[in-house]
Design a protein around this ligand. Structure first.
Ligand SMILES: Nc1nc2c(ncn2[C@@H]2O[C@H](COP(=O)(O)OP(=O)(O)OP(=O)(O)O)[C@@H](O)[C@H]2O)c(=O)[nH]1
Ligand SMILES: [Mg+2]
Ligand SMILES: [Zn+2]
Length: 287
């Protein structure tokens, strides 16, 4: 559930048990992550983690494993979300085999029609909510029931507020205080999963490493298009087998953008990320 100063807090049959990791793990280059399923041996009130069970996925920053959904918060009210930053994260999630839910928060201030248009065609589930009024929160609660989820999105978008609306008992600090903490947490990589009921475990995790993070599995230019789910029908339908979907004639993806089937904002993120991936790729080759 959380990791702090060399201790791992493991939940077992409703009890939170303070554990150390077995010394062997370090030798094998393994570190237990928040979200891991583990085997522990009880030792009085404390315990020892003896085994890590296979992971569904793992992220480096924040250090968390077995995430069912990364819940990305967007807002059309301040702070206004930049779609490019969303797309960097969705691509990372696809690469790491992690589900994505998009939540359009602060709908009481701005319904965010433009963001809505962009992501309605992306294939990702999109939930309009207001952490303030509670509008839309019930549908989100159902979507995440029983799952391990991490909230992410830029500072001030309402992550802590939304968790509090989902589980008022937690009373996570929000607003300016939390903004300072958010940065601190970001650097200390502290992650904690909160039990918000119905078997749902939620992490309040401000900064998610996304694209060119050196400790994440690199994303190659040629695999990038495959990490945009709504591009799938057009991949392999271009005139050239090795089409990069940028300037080539007879590109099915570009045709889909022109006919309005794929949103230009997502395609333009693809082009920017392609250039980034190419630079990283070259850097790797040269070093
Ligand atoms: N009107 C309105 N205000 C909201 C909503 N959600 C959050 N806010 C406000 O936005 C501000 C920031 O909310 P937080 O929940 O602290 O944002 P955060 O994403 O946790 O920010 P960090 O912890 O800094 O990453 C607070 O003043 C909230 O009251 C919403 O749905 N509607
Ligand atoms: Mg917060
Ligand atoms: Zn193409």
């Amino acid at each position: 559930m959380s990791a702090l100063s060399g201790f791992y807090f493991v939940r077992s049959e409703g009890e939170l048990i303070r554990c150390r990791a077995r010394g062997r793990f370090r030798k094998d280059g393994l570190t237990p992550l928040v979200g891991d399923r583990v085997v522990i041996a009880r030792d009085g009130s404390d315990g020892t983690i003896c085994q890590l069970l296979p992971r569904k996925n793992a992220f480096n920053r924040p250090a968390v494993a077995n995430v069912d959904y990364l819940v990305m918060l967007l807002s059309a009210a301040l702070p206004v979300t930049d779609p490019y930053l969303v797309d960097r994260i969705t691509v990372r999630c696809e690469k790491n085999h992690c589900g994505v839910l998009l939540v359009l928060n602060k709908c009481d201030l701005d319904p965010g029609e433009e963001l809505w248009r962009i992501y309605a065609r992306s294939g990702y589930a999109l939930y309009p909510v207001s952490a303030k009024t509670g509008q839309g929160v019930q549908a989100l609660r159902q979507a995440i029931a029983g799952k391990i989820c991490c909230f992410t999105g830029n500072s001030g978008v309402g992550k802590s507020s939304l968790i509090n609306t989902l589980a008022p008992d937690l009373a996570i600090p929000t607003g300016e205080v939390s903004q300072k903490l958010g940065r601190g947490r970001h650097t200390t990589r502290h992650v904690e999963l909160f039990d918000v009921g119905s078997g749902t475990l939620l992490g309040d995790t401000p900064g998610f490493a996304s694209f060119g993070d050196e400790n994440e599995t690199p994303i190659l230019p040629e695999e990038l298009a495959g990490l945009f789910p709504e591009f799938a029908p057009y991949i392999g339908a271009c005139r050239f087998d090795d089409c990069t979907h940028r300037k080539e004639p007879g590109c099915a993806l570009r045709a889909a953008v022109e006919s309005g089937k794929v949103h230009p904002s997502r395609y333009s993120s693809y082009l920017r990320l392609y250039d980034e991936a190419r630079k990283l790729d070259r850097w790797e080759l040269e070093n």
